[in-house]
Design a protein around this ligand. Structure first.
Ligand code: CDP
Length: 230
């Protein structure tokens, strides 16, 4: 059967990666979490003192950007690829609220985007890929056969993310998570380079009132429609 490219964009914590992983597993496709790459660069910037609550030294970060090597390695126990920064598995380290608080500033830098988009295009060059992010259907794979744009109310999204962080043992408040969700929506949607917008040919899925099974069923149905035509 012909392989297609599936681009899943949308606001923070809309369950993009959950459904992307499910689809990739079902179809035998590669799953790429593009947000993990921006998170890994952010983690690197934090470790090197380029960004904190008082400052963001963009020039310093750009001067050491060549030292950033991001890769993915499939973990058979988990059933998806984990992200590595310079050989270190940073899958857990990049998911903290602290990284979320800086990632949108890092992701607004055109030089960083250019570097990561290049890798993303290479990873999906042979199709058979499900990639989630903010600009996948608009910039990375404008010709994707299926584009989804995920939304949900900020409160529901914050609640989902809050529960995830608690489960991972992070000590955070719901208010801080809600603020971060709203701040990132704003920065991601208003940046100059590759802002988060719905591609004109993307299908919008509002999952505020859907559980995971309903969401998967709706999306799998859309995938099958495209595959039947391909
Ligand atoms: O927290 P959530 O899973 O919703 O976000 P993510 O997919 O891990 O992405 C983290 C951040 O990376 C976003 O808030 C964006 O600032 C940035 N990002 C981006 O600019 N472009 C992408 N293709 C993916 C993520």
């Amino acid at each position: 059967m012909k392989k297609i490219t599936i681009a899943i964009d949308g606001y923070s914590s809309t369950g993009k990666s959950t459904v992307a992983k499910q689809l990739a597993k079902h179809l035998g496709y590669i799953y790429v979490d593009s947000g993990a790459m921006y998170r890994a660069v952010t983690y690197f910037a934090m470790q090197h003192g380029c960004i904190d609550h008082d400052q963001f030294d963009k020039a310093a970060l750009l001067s050491i950007l060549d030292d950033v090597a991001i890769s993915f390695k499939f973990n058979p126990a988990l059933g998806y690829a984990e992200v590595y920064l310079n050989g270190e598995n940073v899958e857990k380290a990049i998911r903290t609220l602290a990284v979320s608080e800086f990632v949108s500033q890092i992701a607004a830098v055109p030089e960083i985007r250019a570097q990561l988009v290049k890798i993303q295009k290479e990873m999906g060059g042979n199709k058979g890929v499900v990639m989630d992010g903010r600009d996948i259907g608009t910039v990375v794979f404008p010709n994707a056969e299926l584009k989804l744009f995920m939304t949900a109310s900020p409160e529901i999204r914050a609640e989902r993310r809050y529960n995830e962080l608690l489960q991972r043992g992070e000590d955070v408040s719901f208010e801080a998570v809600l603020k971060n969700v709203k701040d990132r929506d704003f920065i991601d949607s208003n940046r100059k380079d590759s802002p988060l917008i719905k591609a004109s040919d993307a299908i919008e899925i509002d999952n505020t009132d859907m559980d995971l099974k309903e969401q998967y069923d709706v999306i799998l149905n859309l995938v099958n429609q495209v595959l039947n035509k391909a």
